[in-house]
Design a protein around this ligand. Structure first.
Ligand SMILES: [Cu+2]
Length: 196
């Protein structure tokens, strides 16, 4: 981060990589957990509230985020330096845009499902985030205690998947009944997935 003095001066201590963030309780943060199979082609209304991705301290905040297909995604620049945000999708339209300090927010969306879309900054090579785009609202990102909650799932049989940028994807089947809650735990190992 010393490559850009404007970035370095926003941090009092060294900034660590966010590729693998282990919480105090030994769980992983920034794991994208989602329903991979089960909802079929049932339509779900697009969430009205925007997904916000900020560029702050020359990092993306949040590091991992989910969005529904066509849900509004707002990109902010809270920094006093220029960022050039560049999502690198495999299945959606690619774009990159420069955002000088004080830029208005960018508003965009992704038209097709894709888990995950890497996002990079063309100016700061360490900046990296991931956006998971799904046709349904059944996804979550693990927090500082490693937990996640997916609610409102109709009764049925599902495949749940948990994606981690270094350890890849692990899957589990789950069956939920009406008004039933299920607890699911995922375990990653260095060999659990190839990552990407
Ligand atoms: Cu940047």
């Amino acid at each position: 981060m010393d490559a850009d003095a404007a970035c370095a001066k926003m941090h009092a201590s060294p900034v660590l990589s966010q590729e693998v963030v282990v919480n105090d309780n030994g769980t992983l943060r920034w794991v994208f957990v989602y329903v991979k199979e089960g909802p079929g082609n049932r339509p779900f209304p697009t969430k009205k509230e925007p997904v916000v991705l900020d560029q702050k301290g020359c990092l993306y905040e949040p590091h991992v985020v989910g969005a529904m297909v066509n849900q509004e995604v707002q990109i902010l620049n809270s920094d006093q330096t220029t960022h050039n945000i560049h999502p690198v999708p495999a299945n959606n339209r690619e774009w990159n845009r420069s955002m000088p300090p004080g830029s208005d927010k960018l508003v965009d969306s992704f038209a097709r499902e894709e888990v995950m879309i890497p996002v990079k900054c063309n100016i700061h090579p360490w900046m990296r985030s991931y956006i998971g785009v799904l046709k349904h609202p059944f996804f979550a990102v693990t927090g500082a205690d490693g937990s996640f909650t997916i609610s409102g799932l109709p009764p049925g049989d599902y495949t749940l998947a948990a994606w981690q940028e270094k350890y890849g994807t692990v899957e589990q089947k789950v069956t939920v009944g009406a008004k039933e809650s299920k607890e699911v735990e995922f375990t990653f190992s260095p060999s659990s997935g190839a990552g990407d």
